[in-house]
Unconditional design. Structure first.
Length: 571
């Protein structure tokens, strides 16, 4: 069987490279045996003593690609930042660099035409294809050079210095220093890895025999790393130094902020809100990542239904009154507040904010950071703002009677006041304020709306599985929306786009209770939250559960995720 077109081109290129002569080319071209696939490479290497890399160069030239010697490439912590390692292993590709905005990716199979498009969709960057030997790419994975992407080298160093090999009696606490190279590297690497994997919070938790690092991604905690017990104090001390906290104080909780670009050579403009706490096995740390490069999202991108969005926009354009957002920590309250302010922020209005901490800096806003140690609290900031001629005031959180009283006073005297409160749903916010000691008529006359919210994981668009619900699931959907039809569930195996989890990103659900005459009268009569809820629903409020099922109907999430976040409404 004579050589195929591609094989003949490869042999011709070897002649041009002076590795074969014309007679050898003709002999190869007329060989009766099948030389497809790897057979030609094997023959050229064994009979004609042509090296594997020279064969690769000829093949690349025949296919109009650039050759790349993966054998000389060192897999680093940054290799799999943009393309997941599992995807690379499955498709035999290896990201080897970046030029400008373009990713350089080595491919084993040059005929796989859909892969570059997939990678471009995944990374948002155009792909330059390079040709590499399949064996070389497989070797990179076989050696397991990067099991915990980005941590192997540092953890090995730390393991050698402070790990199991060290005899307990020999290693004193003072031997592990927060200024030692591996500790500094480890602290940076934990933060960088968390940022690139889309983490919102990093938890560093000391256990009896080791220290565990966990990352919260899309609301779910994933274990990332286990470190020797002795490393804990040094790592915590290093993080304290980065945010100028007292490293000798280990008995009291402390709060601080890391401006990370001071400690990294990479172009990462992010801050971290740091909170330390004394735990039973040592000090623990939780760090919230505040990405300064991430601007606020427009309101329509936050998951508001069309009806809720129209009503919410009406509220934020009122000249005065109080708008409250409620929900647990990490339910997207801050992002919604910033997005609302961004929408109404024009040169003709003055906006003042009191925050703890300032999460995102927005142009045109006058933002104030709280300092409880020196007496600068939300209440004192609010008092100051009332003398500074603002149109709109944002208070980070209403925590006590004093702040609530001044906030309501501001809302009643011609200012639009926006704040947050920790309650489960919109109607219970009223009873929370009255429990603080605020008079009910003050609440009813100042309140414009209460927005309760949660964040649910979005089901991955690429691999979600359509199905028609039956039994209990069908009943839940029909009760909430008076609708039935096809919905989606997460693919248990996932795909490279969602990292095998079946979910990618998050979407907000909202319960928007806008006040009206009937609701004001009910608040004044001090009716219970359940009664207020019924009145609000009669006037068009969709509960958190109804909004979550609406997101299921729209194919944004799954019934499992909806019920895991908000229980079904009681009849």
């Amino acid at each position: 069987m004579p050589l195929g077109k591609i094989q003949l081109q490869i042999v011709t290129k070897l002649v041009e490279m002076h590795r074969l002569d014309a007679d050898q080319r003709n002999a190869l071209a007329t060989r009766p045996d099948d030389l497809s696939g790897d057979a030609l490479d094997k023959l050229l290497q064994e009979e004609f003593k042509i090296s594997a890399f020279q064969c690769l160069v000829a093949k690349a030239r025949a296919l109009h690609l650039s050759p790349y010697n993966v054998a000389h490439y060192k897999v680093t912590p940054q290799t799999f930042e943009r393309i997941p390692q599992e995807f690379c292993q499955e498709n035999l590709v290896l990201p080897v660099g970046q030029v400008g905005d373009m990713l350089l990716v080595a491919f084993a199979n040059p005929f796989e035409v859909t892969l570059p498009t997939k990678i471009q969709e995944m990374t948002g960057k155009p792909v330059v294809r390079l040709l590499a030997r399949e064996k070389d790419i497989k070797d990179k994975f076989a050696k397991g050079q990067d099991k915990a992407a980005g941590f192997d080298d540092v953890v090995m160093q730390i393991g050698a210095e402070y790990g199991e090999g060290a005899v307990e009696g020999e290693l004193k606490e003072d031997d592990v220093s927060e200024e030692s190279g591996p500790i500094i590297q480890l602290a940076n690497r934990i933060i960088e890895d968390a940022y690139f994997s889309g983490t919102s919070d990093i938890h560093i938790e000391p256990q009896e025999k080791e220290v565990i690092v966990r990352n919260r991604i899309d609301g779910i905690c994933h274990e990332k790393l286990r470190l020797p017990k002795k490393v804990g104090p040094a790592l915590i001390a290093r993080l304290k130094i980065m945010c100028n906290l007292d490293i000798s104080e280990r008995r009291l909780p402390q709060d601080g902020r890391i401006v990370f670009k001071q400690y990294t050579k990479k172009n990462l403009d992010l801050d971290l809100r740091v909170s330390t706490a004394p735990l039973n096995h040592g000090e623990g740390v939780v760090m919230r990542i505040l990405d300064k490069q991430k601007t606020t999202l427009p309101l329509p991108a936050l998951g508001f239904s069309e009806e809720n969005l129209a009503r919410y926009r009406d509220c934020i354009r009122q000249p005065y009154g109080m708008i409250l957002h409620c929900g647990p920590t990490g339910s997207g309250k801050s992002m919604t507040l910033y997005s609302a302010l961004n929408e109404i922020n024009t040169p003709d209005i003055v906006i003042r904010t009191a925050e703890d901490p300032i999460e995102y800096t927005l142009p045109g806003l006058n933002q104030m950071q709280m300092h409880r140690q020196i007496g600068l609290t939300f209440a004192t900031a609010l008092r100051a703002f009332l003398r500074q001629d603002p149109d709109i005031i944002l208070v980070g959180e209403i925590r006590d009677k004093e702040t609530a009283g001044i906030a309501i006073e501001a809302a009643l005297t011609g200012h639009l006041l926006i704040s947050t409160l920790h309650t489960n749903d919109a109607p219970t916010t009223i009873s929370r304020l009255t429990e603080m000691g605020v008079e009910t008529f003050m609440v009813s006359s100042s309140l414009l709306c209460v927005c309760a919210q949660r964040l649910m994981r979005r089901v991955c668009k690429t691999c979600r599985v359509p199905y028609v619900p039956e039994g209990r699931e069908k009943e839940i959907v029909e009760t909430a929306l008076s609708w039935s039809g096809q919905i989606f569930k997460a693919n248990p195996k996932g795909c490279p786009k969602c990292g095998g989890s079946g979910y990618k990103g998050r979407v907000g659900i909202h319960e928007l209770m806008v006040t009206n005459e009937e609701l004001v009268a009910a608040i004044n009569k001090e009716m219970e939250a359940a009664e207020l809820k019924k009145i609000a629903m009669k006037n068009g409020m969709k509960t958190l559960h109804q909004d979550s099922i609406l997101k299921v109907k729209e194919g944004l999430t799954t019934i499992e995720e909806a019920l895991a976040n908000v229980p079904a409404d009681r009849a």
